[in-house]
Ligand binder design. Structure first.
Ligand code: NAG
Ligand code: NAG
Ligand code: NAG
Ligand code: NAG
Ligand code: NAG
Ligand code: NAG
Ligand code: NAG
Length: 621
């Protein structure tokens, strides 16, 4: 593994290969400017005329599809590979105080009464059935007046690279954050309805994308977006979650239509199977708490039934949709919800089974992978070996914990086995089965974090797992300032800082450590105080977000061409402002949402990002 060398002098010279900062004194070098700096000024009077001569440019829609590609057998054939049997049914919608009373099938363990009872037991407060819409809205064409490009920012990337032909460019969102309609059309309760305290906004309505998906997809196509990454809620497909329980026909139809809508618009779908919305029935009682550093305990992943249930769910999704969806993700950022060693172990094993089903049984030809969270931990003082070790440990405990077995067939890292209570090594045969079960390395590299060892030392911190040490189990300090006291980058509304050069460093680390193509599966920037801007036009002119996206995309190109790193694609988070787990103020979107009317508007950064990609695409002849 490469040891990052990052120093922070008062003045820096960015070398050609920008992942190394060199210590120097003096001002930034301007190698391209040496001759003009010698000129003397020549003052003179001249005739004046206004030159408001900017050309009006419009975003161009993705072209209509001409061919249909398939990546796996159609459902009728695929279903033969499933071994568990189940029935297909519908439940309708839960209206508190009504649905459960009208249900007459209390004998049926999976009937209307049982389904309603799950919602009653979820004990939701201030539940609202719907927002504005209650049926699928027909899309209307995006008027060309909405597609005029905004004024450019003065500064921008100056590279001369094009994206490789097969580079995946797209945008992403997740079901619970946009769909609403949580108890409609047979969806069962998920953890996310309970996770957020009652005094904060819940996921009941959010962006009403469950009804507005056709319009949302049309808006993306009109901007020229090629890939749309979305997630399917487990409890829509299987309200009772477990193998053998009935499949919800309304959900199957909904995502069938969503996928076809994406394809008909000329875009390509990317589907994630589990994005935090795990079935509530895996969670005993209300005992969900957040550990400061890692995530949520008792989020269901530790449950004994989890592995079989997830694999069954994954197979059902693949049998229905793998014919048309070329890119699959099993788990989104599993660390946040797996929480402890058992949860992690379950994720690793469930993922491997779904992968093998996809390639070995369905013989599907698309790609199936997994995506992780980890704000790249960089050593506070890269000359201090204890800081470097702390950074290594930080990455191991968040990435190596899953990626060692899945990508390399390697044992869980020593740091994990020595720290996490109950951690057990994988057997030789387990490692063999899990090895190489992801076609790409999905990473959500929003930002970087400055890491140094816990002040009492890593050893002392890890020795006492029972202590309420808030740094356990990573046992490292995390900061947002570098060793000289500067912020590591421009700060957002939340934890994200603009850190493009660390991002490139990170890509280099991931590629050379885990040796699989990298999919930047989410990246984005919630502009500070954006939600407080009273004028819509001020929210739409989101230059800091443009800086974030263009600098990150520019670093991806350098990473590909200068570092030899295989970055296979990038998906911007998020395609629209959304429900950020109890909060609408962290606006990660490249479109706004009017919370009264559900109207969307494109932000400037959306145009800038698409323009950056389109001007750097090889001609498709
Ligand atoms: C606008 O006018 C200036 C001055 O004539 C010229 O240099 C520039 O190229 C023009 N820009 C465009 C976009 O036409
Ligand atoms: C209902 O929501 C309000 C604010 O939106 C909150 O203050 C209140 O606690 C909630 N009621 C219950 C019973 O959760
Ligand atoms: C595990 O999930 C099952 C449903 O499969 C549930 O009945 C049980 O209560 C869960 N166990 C725990 C400890 O949460
Ligand atoms: C709640 O979760 C914590 C942490 O996992 C555990 O120690 C505790 O026993 C649980 N309490 C109940 C009532 O299940
Ligand atoms: C290295 O870092 C450790 C932990 O922060 C610190 O105790 C030690 O003094 C540092 N060593 C040097 C040479 O700076
Ligand atoms: C994992 O699988 C790859 C590809 O099949 C193989 O080259 C490698 O040797 C395997 N690693 C281990 C530790 O088995
Ligand atoms: C939302 O739309 C309504 C109705 O058009 C409008 O009055 C309101 O100002 C909009 N809100 C924002 C924040 O733009």
């Amino acid at each position: 593994m490469r040891v990052p060398l990052i120093l922070f002098p008062a003045f820096v010279v960015a070398a050609e290969a920008q992942e190394l900062y060199l210590t120097t004194t003096g001002y930034s070098a301007r190698p391209q400017c040496t001759e003009s700096s010698a000129l003397t000024p020549h003052y003179r009077f001249q005739p004046f005329s206004y030159t408001l001569n900017e050309t009006v440019r419009y975003a161009t829609s993705v072209p209509s599809p001409t061919t249909t590609r398939t990546y796996a057998p159609a459902y009728t054939e695929a279903v033969k590979h499933l071994t568990t049997s189940w029935s297909t049914t519908t439940w309708g919608s839960w209206i508190p105080g009504q649905t459960e009373i009208s249900a007459t099938d209390s004998q049926d363990p999976y009937g209307q009464a049982a389904w309603s009872s799950m919602w009653q037991q979820a004990d939701l407060h201030n539940y609202t059935t719907t927002g504005i819409f209650s049926t699928t809205v027909s899309p209307t064409a995006v008027p060309s007046s909405e597609l005029v490009l905004p004024p450019r920012d003065y500064f921008g990337p100056t590279d001369c690279y094009n994206f490789p032909k097969d580079f995946i460019f797209g945008v992403a969102g997740s079901a619970a954050q946009i769909e609403g309609a949580v108890a409609l059309d047979g969806r069962g309760p998920s953890l996310l309805e309970k996770l957020v305290p009652d005094n904060k906004p819940k996921d009941f309505v959010t962006n009403e994308n469950y009804f507005l998906y056709k319009q949302d997809i049309q808006r993306l196509a009109a901007m020229g977006v090629e890939y749309y990454s979305f997630t399917i809620p487990w409890t829509r497909i299987l309200p009772f979650a477990l193998p053998g329980t009935p499949v919800n026909q309304q959900a199957i139809d909904h995502y069938d239509d969503l996928i076809d809508t994406v394809l008909d618009a000329g875009m390509t779908p990317v589907v994630t199977m589990l994005h935090f919305d795990s079935p509530l029935l895996f969670v005993a009682g209300d005992n969900i708490t957040r550990h400061a550093d890692i995530g949520y305990n008792n989020a269901g992943y530790q449950n004994e039934t989890f592995v079989d249930a997830f694999v069954n769910y994954g197979k059902i999704l693949l049998s229905h949709y793998a014919d048309r969806v070329p890119i699959w993700v099993t788990f989104n950022e599993p660390l946040l919800y797996a929480f402890n060693f058992k949860g992690v172990d379950h994720v690793v094993k469930a993922h491997a089974q779904v992968y093998r089903f996809y390639h070995e049984e369905l013989k599907a030809t698309g790609q199936l992978g997994i995506k992780f969270n980890d704000n790249f931990g960089v050593p506070k003082d890269p000359k201090n070996s204890s800081h470097v070790l702390a950074a290594d440990r930080f990455q191991e405990m968040q990435l190596g914990i899953f990626a060692n077995p899945i990508f390399l067939g390697k044992q869980y890292p020593e740091s994990v086995l020595n720290t996490l209570p109950g951690a057990k090594p994988l057997s030789k045969s387990e490692l063999k089965y899990i090895n190489h079960t992801s076609d790409f390395f999905g990473i959500d590299p929003y930002t970087a974090t400055v890491v140094s060892p816990a002040s009492e030392g890593i050893k002392a911190c890890t020795a006492d797992s029972s202590s309420a040490n808030p740094l356990f189990p990573y046992c490292v300090n995390q900061e947002t300032k570098n060793v000289y006291g500067w912020n590591i980058g421009y700060r957002s509304e939340s934890y994200v800082y603009i850190t493009p050069t660390y991002f490139r460093e990170y890509l280099y680390y991931l590629w050379n450590t885990f040796r699989h193509p990298i999919l930047v599966s989410e990246f984005g920037f919630p502009v500070a105080a954006e939600a407080e801007a009273e004028e819509l036009s001020d929210q739409l002119f989101d230059s800091p977000r443009s800086v974030y996206y263009l600098s990150f995309m520019s670093e991806i190109l350098k990473s590909i061409y200068e570092d030899g790193v295989h970055v296979m694609g990038a998906l911007a988070w998020s395609f629209v402002d959304n429900w950020e787990f109890g909060d609408y103020a962290q606006q990660f979107g490249i479109q706004t949402v009017n919370r009264t009317t559900q109207e969307r508007h494109y932000k400037k950064s959306f145009f800038d990002l698409v323009d950056f990609v389109k001007t750097r695409q090889p001609r498709k002849d």
